[in-house]
Design a protein around this ligand. Sequence first.
Ligand code: MN
Length: 722
Amino acid sequence: MVITNLDNQYKNFKKIAKSYLNSEQWSIVEKAYNFANNAHGNQTRLTGDKFITHPLETATYLAELHLDYNTLAAGLLHDVIEDCDVTLPDLIHLFGEEISSLVQGVTKLTEVENVSEIRWEENVQTHSILEAQTLRKMLMTVAEDIRVVLIKLSDRLHNMETIDPLPQDRKIKLSKETMEIYAPLAHRLGMWDFKWRLEDLAFRNLDPTMYKRVAMLVNSKRTNRDEYILKAINLLKDKLEKVDIVAEVKGRSKHLFSIYRKILLYEKENKTIDEIYDLFAIRVIVQNVKDCYISLGEIHNIWPPLTGEFDDYIARPKDNMYRSIHTSVRGDNNYPIEIQIRTTEMDEYAEHGVAAHWKYKEGSVDDDTFDKKMIWLRQLLDWQREVPGDQEFIDSFKTDIFNDQVYVFTPKGEVKELPIGSTPLDFAYRIHTDIGHSCIGAKVNEKLVTLNKQLNNGDIVDIVTSPSEKGPNLDWLNSDLKYVITSSAKEKIRLWFRKSKKVENIKRGKSLVNKNISKLGLDISLESLVENTKYASGDDLLNDIGNGSITITDLVKNISLKDTKTEQITQNEFVDNITDSINVLGVGDLLTRLAKCCTPIKGTEIIGYITRNRGVTVHDKKCTNILSEKEIDRFISVSWGLNETLYSVRIYVEAIDRVGLLKDITSLLSDERINISGSMTENIDENSYITLNIYVKSMSQLNSVFTKIENIKSVLNVKRLN
Ligand code: MN
């Protein structure tokens, strides 16, 4: 364990702080340090360091962001009320109102955390509720004084950096909280640097094996990548020099957690890590806005731009003040390169977000513009008022606010920010609950679209409403159809149905159950359906189906296909070269393939080998290639996973015939990774009758596939044949 050298640490802090504070301001910071040092006395941390090293490091991060002297002082004092014999009046007396109220803000947040900690130990279930309270509290604090949150984030960053000596359960708890609350908060404040650091630290503790694995995968590709990027950088530097542009051109490091997320995403699309080309990234930092655009021209001269991969956040900055030009170009060997172009000041904002405000306060950004750019913060608080309970709040927080956003326009040119994947219906509900309820159609960029069309950045959305009282459609809550993805819209729709009359809900529920049960080929009475659920009576069940509280997919979850006379088959029979059924270090389905040299069969002892560019290859432990391999660093332990049982089911689709119909159906099935073993089409007049033999895992999967097929254009009906 390395014990921090307090003298050096303090000297470093002093040097950074004095580089931008005047001597009067510094003397107050110094006074705060001496006071805190004294108050914490001989307290130590589990790392073995004196306690004062913690507030000192917290304040150092704040000084690196050039925050004002009050914030630095408060950073140094942030734990004295909590941990020492010091009261708020003491602080006010010695340091005045401003510093004291910052310290008090941080102390309040810590208290919320402590409550959540006790409850965490008592009952894990209550955790997310308390998390929501923490979030609420944080938001209120942001509204009061954002500097409190900056101190808290610095505090958390240092705590995460010194987490090693803590007991395992505390590590997990702190890391989860960091991942779920603090990193997203840093994200929303545009503080990328903090966000990445927090995420990687939390990732390392939450999933150490995966963390190491991603690090290894990245390193094994690093040399090639570094050479490639270096070549591109040098070429670009030369070109810019020739047109007299002073620029810093550098390769941009991607963080392990973001690479991990990318791997997961690519895996869903069945791509391997070699296809993750956007690991190639370059940043160009120039002196002024004009040079940004000149550089862009030069870049597009060297390499052709990829269509649809261009964003000008200089002309249209993001709400969190982010400004930059993004482009992707086709580099040598056709690898896409992601390039960001920005000025030094923009770069500062991009890395440090709101915190950069202090650094550039005397420069071009005045407090007024700053306030205007904090619109999102007010929106955030508006949503907070809209959503009733704590649980809903945390849901909406996670999906609506922390995810990546698309920016779309009302016909009047007003910008609305929605999570990626949002639809015109989400947009309608965002404008007003009544607009959502009476929505009957939508135009995107003046074209009529379906209500579940995914919106893109820059779309102009015009909602068509019904003049009469209409109310939402139950299908809107069916997650298979993706009509709404924001939890605020879902909640509003649910609320409408909950308020509608019970008899109507029961009626709606009954017709839904009747329709779907026969389609699924089930011969089952309402009574036996009720037995499978927590419901007391048929009417209660139908009521909840009719008001959207539960879906048919939920209802059939517990009914096994096994009981319904089908042929069983194990997935293993489909597995050939690429396989799903191997766990790598306990993580399923990850970029594995069976080695051709020894083609291990299930049950034999196996070992994984990290290849240079094809993910992990699984070999028989006794394979001669393995026995002769010298680079033992590249071995990784793997185990056979569990096979899923599949059931063979015959389905029947009735549709109006059109070109591409069968292809639409089969590609939907293949997207769902459902195998088809046979198909037959019969055309009578204008109609098409398609019989398909498919393999499914469960009744709910079958039901959700039915819903999706029914949603394909010109499909009239789908059912199961027994
Ligand atoms: Mn602290």
